[in-house]
Design a protein around this ligand. Structure first.
Ligand SMILES: [Cu+2]
Length: 141
């Protein structure tokens, strides 16, 4: 685990500042956190019956020889879902979850895990900063 808290879900107001510091190549134009200010009112009229399980969702990708395998592409995630993102790489790098602005150092051969709650609707790229590789896109909604 990184020594610094990479980003608390409650600290949404600081996202743009922190993202600028990480020197990201591209930001997600699809991300519109301003629309998420009242998520509960958008939940509709059918509350508890269709609620997703609380067991969480595990997303795993592996990077080897510059190729990404596993849960690549666009991964759908329900809003409010507990997500564990596991990344294994054969080279050192830094993984970055856009929008949520979570980062983790990758040590070659050692899985890095990022656990968070998908509270922000939108499509967010998960990227390797050194390689500039997009591992997958989280589609939260
Ligand atoms: Cu990034």
């Amino acid at each position: 685990m990184p020594l610094r808290p990479a980003g608390l879900p409650a600290a949404l107001v600081g996202l743009t500042l922190t993202a600028a510091l990480t020197g990201c190549a591209g930001t997600d134009s699809a991300a519109s956190p301003s629309t998420a200010s009242t998520p509960s009112s958008a939940a509709g009229t059918a509350p508890a019956s269709a609620a997703p399980a609380t067991s969480g969702q595990r997303i795993e990708v592996t990077v080897a020889g510059g190729q990404v395998s596993g849960d690549t592409g666009r991964v759908p995630v329900p809003v409010g879902q507990q997500v564990t993102l596991a990344v294994t790489s054969d080279v050192a790098d830094e993984v970055h979850v856009h929008g949520y602005d979570l980062t983790a150092e990758l040590v070659p051969g050692e899985p890095a895990e990022l656990a968070f709650t998908a509270t922000i609707p939108g499509v967010f790229e998960v990227e390797l900063h050194d390689a500039g590789t997009v591992l997958l896109s989280l589609q939260v909604g």
